[in-house]
Design a protein around this ligand. Structure first.
Ligand code: BGC
Length: 451
């Protein structure tokens, strides 16, 4: 057991959630999920219909393109599937969305996407191939069909006002028409969690019916019986399938004050400085876009308290985003007692004198804040497991924290075991590049089912 200065312990105690607190969160999440399935308004968890009736079954074949807009990253992928028993191959290119585009106009955003697509198709000699496209748009949308999605609100630092309440497939198609000489067709639009679920189901089989993304933001989707989505009038909407994937959008949980008891002063500061104050608290407690900021603010306080760096000031730590979440992964990626990355990071933060005592504190702060996030995600997943009442399920997990944070998967698994009734068997199965691959797979499902 490490002995930390009492000032550090006092702050970190606020981030350590006990079992009762997590159970309480989990129960409230379950209630909100049930309410979200019954009513369009009122629940902090929206439970949005996706119009996707089935998951890929492995027999898919052909070439598909996926466009995946998730936070600052725009990924475009060419996926080639050769049918049952084979692993799909893919080529992917990443493009970065500039800050001014994230807060600019719809025209700027969709022209940027189309320009990247044009470049991608040229690079792979696909300009005339007219390939079907799956489009991942990882922001909350009300779907009107598998090819029509009305943007409800932005998250993850985006704020493009003229896109709100607009059909983002229509916006993409308009931009394609204006800017591209060749024809491409959008076969399906979906949330990134739907893509993640599809990719995992394709890889791990039909027992996989839940998808969770823990990336810049955090959200989930799962296969539900259409009859249990009681707010959804399937007949009136012309939907005649027994099942449908539901996108929970659980990142909004907390907007009615459900998390007030556990928010620390540091969380409140991160929230106050964010583009969407008071919203997406789960993203802010668990997502990669924010947890580095929470760590930074704690470290900055510890400098003020004169426990870190022997009280020498560290101006860099007072600058927004000077402690990106990738630092957390690098620090926790080292064996205990090794502090190479931590030393380098202190140098990057321009701290003049630093030593082992500081590294131990920094490492502990990174661990405790990551662990809190993983525990909250586990509480939310266990709510979903209870709601589904399945005796055995595979949960497809993906996103930056699963892919790059060295201890996240293990922490999530341990907490989930602690919070889930012993009779429910679950397995966390990772699928890298999941959302993007899944989009291509869902486009194939849409073609097969003639949706
Ligand atoms: C978005 C979700 C998305 C999640 C993970 C959240 O901020 O609102 O729609 O699935 O991030 O990317």
């Amino acid at each position: 057991m490490k002995v930390l200065p009492p000032e550090v312990e006092e702050i970190l105690a606020k981030f350590r959630l006990n079992r009762e607190q997590l159970q309480e969160i989990s129960e409230k999440v379950e209630q909100q999920m049930k309410m979200g399935l019954a009513k369009t308004q009122g629940s902090s968890i929206a439970m949005l219909p996706s119009y996707v009736p089935a998951l890929p079954d492995g027999t898919e074949t052909g070439k598909y393109v996926a466009i995946d807009l998730s936070g600052k990253n725009l990924r475009i992928m060419l996926l080639t599937m050769n049918g049952a028993g084979t692993t799909p191959t893919h080529e992917t290119v990443n493009y970065i969305v500039a800050n001014h585009v994230m807060k600019g106009t719809g025209d700027q955003l969709f022209t940027f996407i189309v320009n990247c697509l044009q470049r991608f198709l040229q690079e792979f000699g696909l300009v005339d191939a007219n390939l079907p496209i799956g489009f991942v748009f990882s922001y909350p949308c009300e779907l009107l069909s598998i090819r029509s999605a009305r943007l409800l609100w932005w998250t993850k630092g985006f704020d493009i006002k003229d896109c709100l309440q607009r059909d983002i497939v229509a916006l993409l198609e308009e931009a394609l028409e204006m800017n591209m000489s060749t024809k491409v067709s959008i076969k399906a639009v979906m949330n990134d969690t739907v893509g993640q679920l599809a990719a995992a189901a394709h890889k791990y089989g039909p027992e996989c019916t839940i998808g969770v993304v823990i990336g810049y933001g955090c959200n989930s989707s799962y296969l539900e019986k259409t009859s249990r989505i009681t707010k959804f009038d399937a007949k009136a909407r012309g939907y005649d399938h027994d099942n449908m994937i539901v996108v929970t959008e659980w990142e909004e949980f907390g907007k009615h004050g459900e998390l007030d008891d556990i928010l620390t002063q540091f969380d409140r500061e991160v929230d106050a400085a964010s583009v969407h104050k008071g919203k997406q608290l789960i993203d802010k407690l668990c997502g990669a876009l924010y947890i580095g900021e929470v760590v930074r603010r704690v470290l900055s306080q510890l400098v003020l308290d004169r426990v870190l760096f022997e009280g020498q000031s560290c101006e860099k730590l007072d600058e927004d985003e000077s402690f990106p979440t990738k630092y957390i992964s690098e620090i926790l990626g080292e064996e205990e007692g090794v502090f190479k990355a931590c030393r380098r990071i202190c140098e990057e933060l321009e701290v003049e004198m630093h030593g082992t005592g500081d590294y131990i504190i920094i490492r502990e702060v990174c661990d405790v804040i990551s662990r809190r996030g993983a525990s909250i995600v586990a509480a939310a997943i266990s709510a979903l497991l209870r709601h589904l009442e399945l005796s055995s399920v595979k949960i497809g997990v993906g996103g930056a924290l699963i892919q790059f944070h060295p201890t996240y998967h293990q922490m999530l698994k341990e907490k989930l075991e602690e919070l889930t009734p012993i009779t429910m068997k679950f397995e966390l199965v990772p699928a890298d590049e999941g959302s993007c691959q899944g989009a291509a797979l869902i486009a194939a499902v849409a073609e097969r089912l003639k949706l």
